[in-house]
Design a protein around this ligand. Structure first.
Ligand code: F6R
Length: 599
């Protein structure tokens, strides 16, 4: 979703803003713009389309002198992608410029009010009300102005604001939308995400909701809405810029798949060394809430946790959970899974659950993100920054995290025998090797991709954990290759969907679950009998599957609970190669955003 950067210092701001926006491209956008404050004048340059258009328009920023500025990549919500609707937006006088991420929910009321006061709106955006409100409330003190604005607006926002009347500062504030402040020497920054500023500083303030940051060249001061100064510890980012760069790979997605073995090891290693997680209170039941791929991890979690603990687990899509009035008791453990920690629906669902007094257990990748801060306990996945829109290494570490949670719960119940603890621990520590073994098979996976990349429609089928995995394999393929794809429980196909199977339809049959293998063989035969071409995924040794499938990719043997780990890497690589052969924009698929910060 939208990306914000801001710079104040001694260097020319425009090239730094463009560079920062480039690092935020992964979030998804359809237009871009910057506003530069130079000698008491604000100049705005903005345009629809790729950042390259803006770059060319202002000669890489060289055309715009000035050492203070704000920049934005917009992902349209209110009003089509257009030059006019792009940010920054300015007050009519041109003295105030603002960039915004989020949605101002009461913007229609505010617009009506401001119109009655004589303000003219030029765009269709909700953001423009902020620029006019700032003008309306401005009393010579931008800090007080922003505090008044916060009291008026409803919704979610990260805002960056400059004014030619106070040309020595940037004001920033956030609520339910990500924003970090970067602390340099003689220069300071704001950004929607750390990669945008990492080239310049590792020191940041992670600001809380409704905290206002006033940035000058020499320092940053934080205030609450009563304009009282607040103190914040500096958060030092411990990964370096190379983690957020392609490092010679053609795509972030591929690089991130290559990083999976290390990310999984980083996530499980320290916890297994400490002897699993401490669970203070055994819940009566559990709810897992998440969106997209993280929701698919939740489905794996349900199978594994229920098998290992017999604690009932419900899994919900966050956007449904938040409105369905779920039955949550004090003894429900609510597990919230999110890579970004900023997904709007997941945050809202978390808050709904929290109101009931339930305990929130977060599985989160981004340190200090909203979900991490609002959870009672957090298990961090240590995937490092994930830039490609389609999640890969974060998904793999989330899987590892739910395995750890399931085992910890079983231990807390007193049911995990020392032998089991050793055996499962050993298997979890083997996962990085199993994932590496899949990566080593990449040529074979690419070969199958080259056979099937022209498919019009694909069905993924599986049973048990393989069904959960099929959901993710299918999502990965469709989101980056734009091939229509659906996942079904293999036994469910007969209840309607099998009518779509015709000569040449590609079916990817995931059959790694030993106990369900024979059943899967039958399901493969059923679709073969109707003309399907079947690519199967099975466990090494189960060569019998070659009798009925057209092609087979094997994963190494492991405990049945853990087969999704190597198998997903295989399916991610398959999706990657298919999308690559189709010439798709792999890291930034159309219409998608990395961090979905609006409902
Ligand atoms: C798909 C994908 C999305 C995210 C979903 C939740 O590849 O990345 O489905 O999993 O938007 O995002 P987070 O985990 O940041 O809450």
């Amino acid at each position: 979703m939208c990306g914000i950067v801001g710079y104040i210092g001694q260097q020319q701001a425009a090239p730094i803003l463009l560079d920062g926006l480039k690092k935020l491209e992964y979030r998804g956008y359809d237009s871009a713009g910057i506003a530069i404050l130079n000698k008491d004048t604000i100049t705005v340059s903005k345009t629809k389309g790729r950042l390259k258009n803006l770059y060319n328009m202002i000669d890489g920023g060289n055309k715009l002198p000035g050492t203070i500025g704000i920049g934005h990549t917009r992902w349209a919500t209110h009003g089509e992608p257009s030059d006019i609707n792009s940010h920054p937006h300015t007050s009519t006088s041109g003295k105030i410029a603002v960039v915004h991420n989020g949605i101002i929910e009461n913007y229609m009321d505010l617009k009506e009010y401001l119109t009655s006061k004589g303000y003219c709106f030029v765009s269709e955006t909700d953001t423009e009300v902020i620029a006019h409100l700032a003008d309306y409330y401005y009393n010579g003190n931008l800090l007080e102005t922003i505090a008044r604005i916060i009291n008026k607006v409803e919704g979610s926002y990260a805002l960056g604001l400059i004014s030619s009347d106070q040309p020595d500062r940037i004001i920033a504030v956030r609520k339910d939308s990500p924003l970090v402040v970067g602390l340099g020497e003689g220069e300071n920054f704001i950004a929607s995400d750390i990669p945008a500023i990492l080239k310049y500083t590792h020191n940041t303030y992670l600001i809380e909701d409704k905290e206002i940051a006033v940035l000058t060249q020499d320092g940053v001061t934080l205030y609450n809405t009563d304009i009282e100064e607040i103190h914040r510890e500096i958060f030092t980012v411990d990964w370096d810029i190379s983690a957020a760069e392609k490092g010679g790979y053609e795509h972030f997605m591929f690089k991130e798949i290559m990083e999976e073995p290390q990310s999984v090891l980083n996530t499980v290693g320290p916890i297994l060394r400490q002897g699993l997680l401490t669970i203070d209170k055994i819940p009566d039941c559990m709810h897992i809430i998440a969106c997209g791929s993280a929701y698919h991890v939740g489905i794996v979690g349900k199978y594994v946790i229920e098998s290992l603990t017999r604690i009932p687990v419900e899994v919900d899509i966050a956007s449904e959970y938040r409105y369905r009035n779920p039955i949550i008791t004090e003894n429900t453990l609510v597990v919230v899974i999110s890579q970004s920690g900023e997904t709007a629906d997941t945050i809202a669902a978390l808050r709904e659950a929290k109101k009931t007094g339930a305990k929130i257990f977060g599985i989160v990748n981004v340190v200090g993100s909203s979900i991490a801060r609002e959870s009672d306990e957090v298990l961090y996945t240590l995937a490092g920054p994930e830039i490609a829109v389609a999640t890969t290494k974060a998904y793999s570490t989330q899987l590892a995290a739910v395995y750890l949670l399931a085992l910890s719960l079983r231990k807390a119940l007193g049911q995990l025998t020392p032998n089991e603890e050793k055996r499962y621990g050993r298997e979890l520590l083997r996962l990085p090797n199993l994932i590496s073994a899949m990566i080593e098979q990449k040529d074979k996976i690419q070969y199958y991709a080259s056979r099937y990349y022209n498919a019009r429609s694909v069905f993924f089928i599986g049973r048990g954990l393989d069904y959960a995995l099929s959901l993710e394999g299918s999502l990965k393929l469709k989101e980056i290759s734009y091939i229509h794809s659906e996942a079904y429980g293999a036994g469910e196909l007969k209840h309607g969907t099998i009518s779509l199977i015709e000569n040449g339809t590609l079916v990817i049959a995931v059959a790694t679950q030993e106990a369900l293998f024979e059943k899967m063989m039958n399901n493969i035969k059923e679709v073969k009998a109707r003309g399907a071409v079947v690519l199967a995924v099975a466990t090494e040794g189960n060569t019998k599957i070659e009798e009925c499938a057209d092609g087979v990719l094997y994963i190494p043997k492991t405990d049945p609970f853990f087969t999704p780990s190597p198998a997903i890497t295989l399916l991610q690589l398959f999706a990657y190669y298919v999308a690559s052969l189709r010439g798709c924009d792999i890291d930034k698929p159309r219409n998608l955003a990395k961090s979905v910060t609006v409902e």
